[in-house]
Design a protein around this ligand. Structure first.
Ligand code: 2HA
Ligand code: ZN
Length: 270
C-alpha cells in the first residue's frame, strides 16, 4: 500500500493549513478544514485499513453515510500540521447515518475531529445539493473580515455589495455573494444548521465577530475565495473612515458580468 504521507490530498491539506497560518487566519487552534475524499483515493492509500476508533458525531447526516473525510483535529494548531500531520489531522468515514465516524488514520495522540464537525458536515450536505463537485469546507478567522463585522451593517446584500465594490475581481470570484450569520455560540449543532442553511445560496458565510466559512470544489479554490473576500475587507477597513470619492458602479459590475460570464446574485445589482 502507498504511503499516505505522500498522497496528494494529504500534502495539499498540509500546505493549505500552513499557508492559512502564514496569512494570520488561524491563530492558536483557530480554524478547521474538511476535505471529502474520493473512494478511489481512499482505496489507494487505506485499503483494508483497520478501524482505529469509532467516534460519536452528535448529529445525523444520512446523505454522507459511507463518505470519507480528511479533517483537522480539535484543539490542534494549524502552525503544527506540517510538523506532525498524523497527530493534527485525521481521516474518518461516516457511518450509521452520520451518527458515528470510524477513524481510519491520524489523531495519533488520542484526539478527534474539529469541534465544528457538525457545521462542516451539514455544510457539505448543503453544498453537495447545489454542486456535486463540492469537496471542501474551510473555516478561519481572517482579521479584516472579522473587523468588518464590528463596523459594517450585517445585512447580506449590503455586506456583499461593499465587498464587491472593494476590488474589481470580487464579483467575478464570488458572484453568489457572502451570507452573514449574527453572533452565535460556536461548536454547536445550532450554528452548524444555521451555517448549512446559509450555504444553500452562497459559498461564503461570515460568522459575525468570529470568522468565515468557505466551500468549494478543492482546497485551492476555497482558499482563493476566502483570500479574495479578505482582500476586499482589507480595502474596506483602510478606507471606511475616509471620504469616498470613487467606487465600482453597478453599471461597471454589469460589464464585469458580461466580460467574465458570471451572473451576480439575483436582486443585488441595480
Ligand atoms: O476550532 O475556530 O470555531 C477552533 C475554531 C472554532
Ligand atoms: Zn473559529
Amino acid at each position: 500500500m502507498k504511503d499516505i504521507l505522500t498522497a496528494p490530498f494529504l500534502t495539499e491539506m498540509v500546505r493549505t493549513a500552513s499557508n492559512m497560518y502564514a496569512h494570520g487566519w488561524d491563530e492558536r487552534n483557530g480554524g478547521n478544514i474538511s476535505l471529502m475524499l474520493e473512494d478511489a483515493e481512499v482505496e489507494e492509500y487505506l485499503a483494508d485499513a483497520p478501524v482505529l476508533r469509532t467516534l460519536p458525531t452528535g448529529f445525523s447526516a444520512p446523505e454522507l453515510s459511507g463518505k470519507t473525510f480528511l479533517v483537522t483535529g480539535t484543539g490542534k494548531y494549524f502552525k503544527n500540521v506540517e510538523h506532525d500531520p498524523a497527530a493534527n489531522l485525521g481521516i474518518v468515514r461516516l457511518k450509521d447515518g452520520g451518527q458515528s465516524a470510524e477513524l481510519l488514520w491520524g489523531y495519533t495522540d488520542g484526539g478527534q475531529f474539529t469541534s465544528e464537525f457538525s457545521a462542516h458536515m451539514m455544510s457539505h450536505v448543503a453544498r453537495l445539493k447545489v454542486d456535486p463537485m463540492n469537496r471542501v469546507v474551510m473555516h478561519c478567522h481572517p482579521g479584516n473580515l472579522l473587523a468588518m463585522t464590528y463596523v459594517h451593517d450585517l445585512d447580506e446584500k449590503a455586506f456583499t455589495r461593499t465587498l464587491w465594490q472593494m476590488c474589481t475581481e470580487c464579483i467575478v470570484v464570488f458572484p453568489d455573494g457572502v451570507n452573514v450569520l449574527p453572533w452565535m455560540l460556536c461548536g454547536t449543532n445550532e450554528i452548524g444548521e444555521a451555517t448549512a442553511e446559509k450555504m444553500r445560496t452562497a459559498r461564503l458565510v461570515v460568522w459575525s465577530q468570529h470568522g468565515i466559512y468557505g466551500a468549494g470544489k478543492d482546497l485551492d479554490e476555497t482558499f482563493g475565495l476566502i483570500e479574495t473576500a479578505e482582500k476586499a475587507a482589507e480595502i474596506y477597513m483602510k478606507i471606511a473612515h475616509l471620504p469616498l470619492k470613487n467606487t465600482i458602479t453597478d453599471a461597471q459590475m454589469h460589464l464585469l458580468e458580461g466580460r467574465f460570464g458570471v451572473k451576480a446574485r439575483e436582486g443585488y445589482l441595480d
